[in-house]
Design a binder for this molecule. Structure first.
Ligand code: NAD
Ligand code: UFG
Length: 345
């Protein structure tokens, strides 16, 4: 049984990936400091898969603790590195926290890998590296543009750190550039758990519909798009999770074409903010309270992925459509609501 270390495995994308890994027979160990996730995610994963998970709680930015972890775990075949801080707006006001957390964690993991001959790394990158691309759909050869936030910059610098390390060692790596992950596992036992007021569109929609927020603000309808609202490539988190399993398999089976590879993970289709709202209203039967307000600084007009490289090389294709995404997000919000009702009784 191959063993995979999943950093940030109690988080949103990590937890869905752990489920997919376990379901195809990988032995998983999670490291997470729980700075943006809850320990009961572990039990919820086990409820889905029926398999218990090894878990260690510590900060991967702590070099001593990270290197000590690797000394105690010699039999790791691959690492999926999700652990990072990810709030774009917060990164603008706390840049050093973001650089410290995201870059030291990565460098400590890479050092642990080199010291212990662990060769395979999958890294969570983002389509933010493309900024507003000149051509759409955007493929992996598009130039990386100056980052609009310290968070985005940590992804760009991380990709460079990985590529430099691969060049001078036996390390192999795959960076996966996610477009906009949304939705939740069909069981509604795991999903996105934003702490405080959500920054992202879909959690804000579902929290408004459930009554936690008064009104969704649609940030601008004067963009040069068909309905005036920005367009993104939303991808179901389970489709995204499955791509990680394939990336691990590719490296473990030594099928990588190059020591360092980069893939876009999206659906290849773009939806506007108003189209996402329409999809949500259709699947939930709820009329959403929303208002058009000013643009949000830093938002680009439109982006969607050219996924042909991932489709061809990984043999992977996103399967779930926008309605399945918004429906699963709504089912998850309802499950959270029912749990809150139970605990306040
Ligand atoms: P998340 O916050 O739900 O999960 C990240 C997990 O990492 C959390 O459980 C957190 O506690 C943990 N963590 C953070 N810093 C740590 C540290 N120093 N040591 C140990 N654990 C630490 O985020 P997510 O949405 O699941 O994102 C996973 C990855 O994907 C991140 O690297 C993120 O930047 C990237 N990404 C996310 C999106 C998105 O829209 N969700 C888009 C593109 C890229
Ligand atoms: N939006 C609203 N109202 C809201 C929230 C969002 O109108 O309350 C709009 C935004 O203006 C944007 C669209 O919905 O047009 C999507 O916004 P999100 O915040 O959900 O997603 P972003 O495309 O801004 O960015 C997200 C993550 C980044 C990640 C990027 C690409 O926040 O971390 O996807 O993966 F890098």
């Amino acid at each position: 049984m191959k063993k995979v270390l999943v950093t940030g495995g109690t988080g949103y994308i990590g937890s869905h990936t752990v489920v997919e890994l376990q379901q195809v027979g990988y032995d998983v160990i999670i490291v997470d400091n729980l700075s943006n996730s809850q320990p009961d995610v572990l039990e919820n994963i086990t409820n889905i898969t029926g398999i218990k998970i090894d878990f260690e709680k510590f900060d991967l930015a702590d070099r001593k603790k990270t290197l000590d972890f690797f000394k105690r775990h010699k039999n790791i075949d691959a690492i999926i590195h999700f652990a990072a801080l990810k709030a774009v707006g917060e990164s603008v006001v706390q840049p050093l926290n973001y650089y410290y957390n995201n870059l030291f964690s990565l460098m400590n993991i890479l050092q642990g890998m080199l010291d212990n001959n662990i060769e395979n790394l999958v890294f969570s990158s983002s389509c933010t590296v493309y900024g507003q691309p000149a051509n759409l759909p955007v493929d992996e050869s598009a130039p990386v543009q100056i980052a609009l936030s310290p968070y985005g910059n940590t992804k760009q610098i991380s990709e460079e750190i990985i590529s430099d390390t691969v060049r001078t060692s036996k390390l192999k790596a795959i960076s996966l550039r996610y477009f906009n992950p949304i939705g939740a596992h069909e069981s509604a036992k795991i999903g996105e758990l934003p702490i405080g007021v959500p920054n992202n569109l879909v959690p804000f929609i579902t929290q408004t519909a459930i009554g936690l927020r008064d009104q969704l603000k649609v940030f601008g309808n004067d963009y040069p798009t068909p309905d005036g609202t920005p367009i993104r490539d939303y991808i179901h988190v389970v489709d995204l999770a499955k791509a990680h399993v394939i990336a691990v398999e590719r490296m473990v089976k030594k099928n990588s074409k190059y020591p360092y590879e980069v893939f876009n993970l999206g659906t290849g289709k773009g939806y506007s903010v108003l189209e996402v709202i329409k999809s949500f209203e259709k699947v939930s039967g709820i009329k959403l309270n929303y208002a058009i307000v000013e643009r949000r600084p830093g938002d680009i007009t439109e982006v969607w992925a050219d996924t042909s490289f991932a489709n061809l090389e990984l043999g992977w294709k996103a399967e779930k459509d926008i309605d399945e995404m918004t429906e699963s997000a709504w089912k998850w919000e309802l499950a959270l609501y029912n749990n809150r009702k139970k605990t306040t009784k």
